[in-house]
Ligand binder design. Sequence first.
Ligand SMILES: [Cu+2]
Length: 65
Amino acid sequence: MTKLNVPDMSCGHCTAAIEKAIGNLDANAVVNTDLETKSVEITSSLSEDVIIQTLADEGYPATVA
Ligand SMILES: [Cu+2]
């Protein structure tokens, strides 16, 4: 499980975009977003580096929590 801080995640559109981007790469990924803490927990076969790069490409820079 990878836990990330995603400070620019601010609404349902953001969480949907993040879930979709990860889901496009790993259909079996489990993505739990939390707007209150601006954090995302991802359980996936994707590497942490790939996940962070994917979120950055979507416009959501992320750091490991
Ligand atoms: Cu948003």
